[in-house]
Every structure is written in structure tokens, then in C-alpha cells.
Design a protein around this ligand. Structure first.
Ligand code: PBG
Length: 328
């Protein structure tokens, strides 16, 4: 056994594209990618200024986009609804004709056999105060009252044809509550994706434009403190105990340590969400000519997978899948 240089030369395996390709430890596949989509009530698709290339779709314009996503071979789409009217309890979330449930129906019938059609299960797009739950008399987010709304929302989404419910509200007990509601209604077939380690992050900024958020305060009483690593793992463990089929870490790039911890432990698939701010930063730098856009996109998503994500939610999903299929 030789111990090192000059006999050992690590660069040997980096010498040619073919060698590098052969020894790559991590590979991205189109099916590893999920595309988040915004569907808005109204007649015209609207581009988002803080997320160049991303639009709020209409029920009509989204059809072409999901067909394109299916053709590119991505794993699924995560749907967010942007309603015209909001109220204190987020009625639109449980209305079968609410925008998200309508969009789910349309998309599930269009591509439900090719893509995993998944839905954001959270009240923030539907409440007039913009919080992820309902408020108590003192204006605080009421955890247990919110669980009752989530149970109804889960049933409405399952009815609409969602195959995977993305629980992003960060209420305690939300996974168990939704699982119980689904099973009680004979919908044990519908899977639960728990946004387990979801941090109170500045990187959600552009998303707030995307869903026309009305939030004035912040979400620090329910989302995790960016300072906490151990707590991220604990949240994932609690969600698996409650019956989560998949757990998630979010945002992705600033939380790769948490992602690696969860991946090292988890008995279920681990996903990560490359959020709106991560997207916007690379797009903005690229638009200024400060960064190579395509390489940065590939590197950012690959790094998230290398850290332990089985699947990555990314606004570049379709584009990246198309690039991967061309064998880049
Ligand atoms: C809550 C939700 C948010 C995101 C996904 N689901 C916003 C928040 O928690 O404030 C952010 C996604 C992104 O920034 O891309 N429904």
C-alpha cells in the first residue's frame, strides 16, 4: 500500500471528460426534479418581475406548461393557487371551486398519469392576513384551530386529484392531523410530503410577489430559526413519526448541513426546495453578466442532490431536465 504522492495522484481521474463522467458520484436525472407552478384566478398570465422567466398562469395557460414538463420527463409539479378574494379563515382553500382545487383538477386530468401532481397545503395564499394558519382572538396563529382547516383542505385537494399533499404551514401535529383526515375519508392512497425543516427565510421574498402575499409581520413563531441545525433534524423525525411519506428541507442552498443530517437519518425520501430567492439571485447575477447562468443552475441543483436530496423542487425543473436529456 502506497501512502501518497508521487504515486498517488488524485488528478489522474480528472484528466478527460470521459473519466470525469465515469467517476461522477452524483448524477441528476429529470425525474429528480419537481416544478413549482403558480395558477392565478383571471384571464391573463402575468410575468413575475422578481422571478424572470416565471409567470402566474391561468387555468388555460398552465396546460401547455404541464405538457412541456411531462415531455421533459420531470417527476412532478407542485401547485400553488393565487385567489382573487381572501378572508380570515382562507375559505378559498377548501372550496372545491377555489383556484388551487380547480387547477389541480385541470392538471391532474391533463398529465396526472405522467407527472406526480402535488399541491401546496397551507392557508397563506387564502387568508387576508397572509399567515399560514387562522388567528386567535389576540391575533396569534392558532395551531390547533389551523389543523382543523388543514384536515378539510386535505380532503378538498385529494378530491381534486392531488396525489401528494405538500404540508408547508409548519403547524405542530399537521402531518398526523392530515393523515388521520385522509384515512378517515378512505383516502389512504394520498401521500403526504412534510415540509419538515422549513426555515423563516429571507429567500422566500420573490415568492411573496408570486402569490401576492398580504403578510405584514413574519412567520418566526412557526417556521424554524435559521440558527438551528439540530432542530431541523428533530422536526423531520417528528414528521416521520406522524406518518410523513416524504420529508423536506427548505430553503436548500443555505441549509445543506440540515439536509445532510436529515438524509443521513431518514428512513423515507428526503426532498429539498430551491426557493424563489435562490432562483432570483442566480437569474439576477446572470442577467448582469456576472455569472455563467447555465453552469450556475446545474451546479446549484447538483449540490443540493449531493448533500442528500433525492428530489429537488426548482423553478428551473423543465429547462434543466431538457438540458440533461440533451446529455450535457
Ligand atoms: C407557504 C410557502 C412559501 C413558500 C412555499 N410555500 C412561503 C412562505 O413560507 O413564506 C416559498 C417558496 C419559495 O420561496 O419559492 N405556502
Amino acid at each position: 500500500m502506497t501512502s501518497g504522492f508521487p504515486v498517488v495522484r488524485a488528478r489522474r481521474l480528472r484528466a478527460t471528460p470521459a473519466l470525469r463522467r465515469q467517476v461522477a458520484e452524483t448524477r441528476l436525472h429529470p425525474a429528480d426534479l419537481v416544478l413549482p407552478l403558480f395558477v392565478r384566478e383571471g384571464d391573463e398570465p402575468r410575468p413575475l418581475s422578481s422571478m424572470p422567466g416565471v409567470v402566474q398562469h391561468t387555468l388555460d395557460s398552465v396546460r401547455g406548461v404541464v405538457a412541456e414538463a411531462a415531455a421533459a420527463g420531470i417527476g412532478g409539479v407542485m401547485l400553488f393557487g393565487v385567489p382573487e378574494h381572501r378572508d380570515a379563515t382562507g375559505t378559498g382553500a377548501t372550496d372545491p371551486d377555489g383556484i388551487l382545487n380547480q387547477a389541480t383538477r385541470v392538471i391532474a386530468s391533463e398529465v396526472g398519469d405522467q407527472l406526480v401532481v402535488q399541491t401546496d397545503l397551507c392557508l397563506d395564499e387564502f387568508t387576508d392576513h397572509g399567515h399560514c394558519g387562522v388567528l386567535d382572538a389576540d391575533g396569534r396563529v392558532d395551531n390547533d384551530a389551523t389543523l382543523l382547516r388543514y384536515r378539510d383542505m386535505a380532503l378538498a385537494q385529494a378530491d381534486a386529484g392531488s396525489a401528494l399533499l405538500g404540508l408547508s404551514g409548519m403547524m405542530d401535529g399537521q402531518v398526523a392531523a392530515v393523515r388521520d383526515a385522509l384515512d378517515g375519508a378512505g383516502r389512504s392512497d394520498v401521500a403526504v410530503l412534510a415540509y419538515s425543516a422549513k426555515y423563516a427565510s429571507a429567500y422566500y421574498g420573490p415568492f411573496r410577489e408570486a402569490v401576492e402575499s398580504t403578510l405584514t409581520g413574519n412567520r418566526r413563531s412557526y417556521q424554524l430559526d435559521p440558527a438551528n441545525r439540530r432542530e431541523g433534524l428533530r422536526e423531520a423525525q417528528l414528521d416521520v413519526e406522524e406518518g410523513a411519506d416524504i420529508v423536506m428541507v427548505k430553503p436548500a442552498s443555505s441549509y445543506l448541513d440540515v439536509l445532510a443530517d436529515v438524509a443521513a437519518w431518514s428512513p423515507v425520501p428526503v426532498w429539498a426546495y430551491q426557493v424563489s430567492g435562490e432562483y432570483a439571485m442566480i437569474e439576477a447575477a446572470a442577467a448582469n453578466g456576472w455569472i455563467d447562468r447555465d453552469r450556475a443552475i446545474l451546479e446549484s441543483v447538483l449540490s443540493i442532490k449531493r448533500a442528500g436530496a433525492d428530489t429537488v423542487l426548482t423553478y428551473w425543473a423543465t429547462e434543466l431536465a431538457t438540458t440533461l436529456r440533451q446529455g450535457v
